[in-house]
Design a binder for this molecule. Structure first.
Ligand code: SF4
Length: 234
């Protein structure tokens, strides 16, 4: 487990590491850059770099946390990657089921496998399930998520690289929006963000504005309409 600088969580927990790219949002994958850096530093967990790896020993970790946490599961991977066996995903869910004092935020781009496995998983109230939606080409992920039995469902629209007009937000609890950062970030237009904010207000969905992004994300900050937007689905 590691402290996280991500604004909408507190900690990260990575029972799997590594991944491969599936859609445009993956282009400048932060996890890939970080995994290669950790590999170069000789960190054992990342000795295979960004190749998908299962870490059964990590399943014990949440049992040792003393106070309740908000935890981003698999910040360095995608739990629903096709090479993660369903039996291992079930074990990860068992750990989350066993630890209702913590909130676990699971985020995937593989909504097809999420939906396929849905009935095999026990959706305790402390599991928040999200899908990444970077542009309208992947809006099918929202429909897949909606059909799951997760109690809290959320969208991570980051990096937002295109408009998302007229989304169906039925049964969605929370939307996070953020612009891309790094050396060559793709731009995010303010009008796209404001449109998503309006859709959230209309559908009574909580809204979290993470960042404008850009080459200097500290400078561009996270103010939208003269305020921060830190709504959470609880
Ligand atoms: S799905 Fe996530 S972790 Fe995997 S390559 Fe894409 S951005 Fe990176």
């Amino acid at each position: 487990m590691a402290q996280s600088s991500i604004e909408w969580t507190e900690m990260t927990w990575n029972p799997t590491t590594g991944c491969n790219k599936v859609s445009a949002g993956c282009k400048y994958c932060y996890a890939e850059v970080m995994a290669r850096r950790l590999q170069a530093m000789g960190v054992d967990k990342y000795k295979d770099g960004f190749k998908l790896r299962i870490h059964p020993e990590a399943l014990e970790i949440p049992y040792g946390w003393k106070s309740s946490k908000v935890v981003f599961v698999n910040s360095m991977s995608d739990l629903f990657h096709k090479d993660v066996p369903l039996a291992f995903i079930e074990k990860v869910f068992e750990v989350m089921n066993d630890n209702p004092q913590h909130i676990f935020q699971v985020l995937t781009k593989r909504s097809d496998l999420l939906l396929q496995y849905n009935s095999r998983l026990k959706w305790s109230h402390n599991i928040w399930m999200g899908v990444s939606v970077e542009n309208k080409k992947v809006l099918n992920r929202v429909d897949d998520l909606r059909r799951t039995s997760a109690r809290v469902k959320f969208l991570s629209c980051e990096p937002l690289i295109g408009p998302l007009p007229n989304m169906n937000l039925d049964n969605i609890d929370w939307v996070i929006v953020g612009g891309e950062s790094g050396r060559t970030p793709r731009p995010m237009k303010e009008e796209w963000v404001l449109d998503i904010l309006d859709q959230c207000k209309e559908s009574d969905v909580k809204f979290f504005f993470k960042q404008w992004g850009g080459t200097n994300k500290k400078k561009t900050g996270r103010i939208l309409l003269e305020q921060t937007w830190d709504q959470m689905p609880y």
